[in-house]
Design a protein around this ligand. Structure first.
Ligand SMILES: [Zn+2]
Length: 186
């Protein structure tokens, strides 16, 4: 594989130094509480409208400015991926014309499911603050906790059958992309 001249993809560990120092033990600030309350409000508004489940999310930049909001629209949009966090991340990236959101905080009314957590990783979001736990979501019928358990299993032990079938030529698009010095790495 020719990777000469390739720009190194951004690290998955992009938490700013000051956050790394503060860490998870940092006390909830008034600002955190306000944004979290807004996420909960979006959860109520969206679910009362019948858009989907009771989940809301807000993306806030390092200066405390709200970049985007989202709420669950799985039902109304017939989209199992239309989670609040995904909506907020998409709207924030669209607003800023970026595909990484380093420096922001994602506020979610409930603990993000594995899909949304992975989306936060893809977006290089360094901090997530949530109110309700995955167990509290499970208590009203949502499977976030079960999804975390599924992902912790070996491939052969999951409910979804996953078959690795190498195919002649399948690597070619990847090699071409990796060998293109003009590519946009993310
Ligand atoms: Zn989710």
């Amino acid at each position: 594989m020719n990777t000469d001249g390739a720009s190194k993809p951004p690290s998955l560990t992009t938490a700013p130094a000051d956050y790394a120092v503060a860490g998870a033990a940092a006390a909830m600030t008034n600002q955190d509480q306000g944004h979290l309350a807004r996420a909960v409000e979006l959860a109520r508004i969206g679910s009362q409208r019948g858009d989907g489940g009771p989940f809301g999310a807000v993306v806030v930049d390092a200066g405390g400015k709200v970049i985007a909001e989202g709420w669950n629209r799985v039902v109304i949009s017939h989209d199992p991926t239309a989670h609040a966090e995904i909506a907020a991340i998409r709207a924030a990236c669209a607003a800023l014309h970026v595909f990484h959101l380093s420096g922001v905080t994602l506020y979610a009314s409930s603990e993000p499911c594995p899909m949304c957590l992975a989306a936060a990783y893809w977006a290089r979001i360094p901090r997530i603050v949530y109110a309700n736990s995955r167990l509290e979501a499970a208590a009203i019928g949502f499977c976030d906790d079960e999804l975390y358990a599924q992902l912790a299993r070996d491939c052969g032990q999951r409910n979804i059958i996953m078959e690795h079938q190498p195919l002649a030529g399948a690597l070619e698009p990847m090699r071409e992309w990796a060998g293109n010095p003009g590519r946009t790495a993310y």
